[in-house]
Design a binder for this molecule. Structure first.
Ligand SMILES: [Zn+2]
Length: 389
C-alpha cells in the first residue's frame, strides 16, 4: 500500500476512445489522469451516449468553435470502484473497493458563492467530463478506467443494473427542472421533444400525478413509447416546415401549429407547465404559444444557436415564467438513483434501446445520428458496454 491509496492494483493507463476530429473516433492506450488522495479509481462498466456526445462526434466543435485538442467523450457512466485514495477512503467510508457506482460528470469548485449556496450547477469554476467549455478538457468516460473525485460518485442501490443507472444523469436534470418549475400533482403538462430527456420528463411528471401530459415532436414512433408506457396521455406530431421557409414564416407556422394542438387537445387556455427539451428555436417558440396565462416554461436544453427569435412579447403580456434550467445541483443526482431503484417511474429499461460493445462505440453514434439503428429500429438510448466485452 502506498501513502496515496488504501487499496492495491492501481491502474496507470487505460484503453480509451479518443475523438480526434469530426466522426474520427479511435481507440488508444493513454495515461490516466494523476491519482489524488481524494480520488477513487473506477472501472467503467456502462456508458450512455448523450446528445452532447453526439454533437462533439459529428462536428468536433463546441458552440461552433473547433475543439483544440483530442478528447475522450461520454459523460453518463457507471462502474465499480477498484481503488481508493487514502483521503477518499477516510472521507467517504461508504465507498469501498467493489462498490457499484454512478459517476456525476461535473466537478464544482466548492468555494465560489454559487457552490456555497448549494447551486453548484452554476459554479463559476465548473469543470465537466466530456465538455470542451473549459481548457484543459476533462476527459469523459468512453474508456476502461478513470480516476475521479470520491465526492462525485454515488453508490448504486443493489437492484439497479449498470446500464439502467446511466439514466441517473439525465433524470437528475429532469428532477432539477421540475423543481425549478415547482411542478405539482394535477398540473397540465406539455413536453417538447421525443428524445431521452423528453421521455424521462413525461415519466417523472406522470409519477407526480400530472395530467394531462402531451408530448409533442416530429418523431411519432418515439413519442408512441411515452403512450405505450402510459407516461403521456396524448401525442402530437409536428409537421416539418416546408423547405426554404424563412424564419419569419416558420414562426407564423409554429403559432398556427400551437393553436391547432391546443384546439385538438381541448386545452384552449394552454398548458400550465411546458418542458422544452429540444434546445431549438422552434421548440422555444412553440413552448411560448402552448403555455397558459401565468404558466411556466422550463427550458431544459442548451440552445442550438446563440440567439433565438423568441416571441417575448407573447410571454410578457401573458406573464409566463421562462425558467432556465442547467444541469442539477446538490442531492439531485442521488435522488435520481433512488427514483430508478424505486421503480415508481415505470419501465425505464424500455428506454435502453441499443447496446454495443466498447469496440463498436462508433456504430452507436451513427445510429444516434440517424435516430435509427442498423435494423431501422428507433433509437432512444445507446449503451456502450464494458471494454472487455
Ligand atoms: Zn463553485
Amino acid at each position: 500500500m502506498t501513502d496515496k491509496m488504501s487499496s492495491p492494483a492501481l491502474v496507470v493507463d487505460t484503453k480509451a476512445h479518443i475523438l480526434q476530429g469530426a466522426r474520427n473516433l479511435t481507440v488508444h492506450q493513454v495515461p490516466l489522469e494523476p491519482f489524488s488522495p481524494m480520488h477513487v479509481q473506477v472501472r467503467i462498466r456502462s456508458v450512455g451516449l448523450s446528445s452532447s456526445d453526439l454533437i462533439y462526434f459529428e462536428t468536433h466543435t463546441h458552440n461552433g468553435r473547433p475543439l483544440k485538442a483530442p478528447m475522450i467523450i461520454g459523460k453518463e457512466a457507471t462502474g465499480e470502484i477498484t481503488a481508493l485514495g487514502v483521503m477518499a477512503a477516510r472521507t467517504w467510508p461508504h465507498l469501498q473497493v467493489g462498490s457499484r457506482i454512478a459517476i456525476e460528470p461535473s466537478i464544482p469548485c466548492r468555494i465560489c458563492h454559487e457552490c456555497a449556496s448549494g447551486k453548484y450547477n452554476v459554479c463559476v469554476n465548473m469543470r465537466s467530463a466530456a465538455n470542451a467549455a473549459r481548457e484543459p478538457y476533462v476527459h469523459g468516460f468512453l474508456r476502461e478506467y478513470v480516476n475521479w473525485p470520491g465526492e462525485m460518485v454515488h453508490p448504486l442501490p443493489t437492484n439497479i443494473p449498470f446500464d439502467l443507472a446511466t439514466l441517473g444523469e439525465p433524470l437528475a436534470r429532469v428532477i432539477h427542472a421540475a423543481g425549478r418549475a415547482s411542478l405539482q400533482p394535477s398540473t397540465s403538462v406539455a413536453v417538447l421533444g421525443s428524445g431521452l430527456l423528453a421521455l424521462l420528463t413525461c415519466a417523472y411528471a406522470k409519477s407526480l400525478g400530472c395530467y394531462p401530459i402531451c408530448i409533442i415532436d416530429t418523431d411519432k414512433i418515439r413519442m408512441d413509447v411515452a403512450l405505450a408506457q402510459d407516461w403521456a396521455s396524448h401525442t402530437y406530431t409536428v409537421p416539418p416546415p416546408p423547405a426554404n421557409t424563412s424564419s419569419a414564416n416558420i414562426f407564423i407556422a409554429r403559432k398556427a401549429v400551437a393553436h391547432t394542438i391546443l384546439r385538438e387537445r381541448q386545452m384552449i387556455s394552454g398548458y400550465e407547465t411546458v418542458f422544452e427539451t429540444t434546445g431549438s428555436e422552434t421548440g422555444t417558440q412553440l413552448a411560448i404559444f402552448l403555455a397558459k396565462r401565468a404558466g411556466k416554461i422550463a427550458l431544459m436544453n442548451g440552445t442550438d444557436r446563440f440567439s433565438h427569435y423568441v416571441p417575448l412579447g407573447e410571454a410578457i403580456i401573458r406573464e409566463i415564467d421562462l425558467i432556465s434550467c442547467h444541469g442539477y445541483s446538490a442531492g439531485e443526482f442521488p435522488k435520481a438513483l433512488s427514483f430508478l431503484a424505486s421503480g415508481s417511474l415505470g419501465d425505464l429499461a424500455s428506454l435502453l434501446t441499443q447496446k454495443v460493445p466498447f469496440a463498436k462505440a462508433e456504430d452507436g453514434f451513427h445510429w444516434l445520428s440517424r435516430n435509427r439503428d442498423a435494423q431501422n429500429k428507433p433509437v432512444i438510448r445507446v449503451i456502450v458496454g464494458p471494454a472487455d466485452m
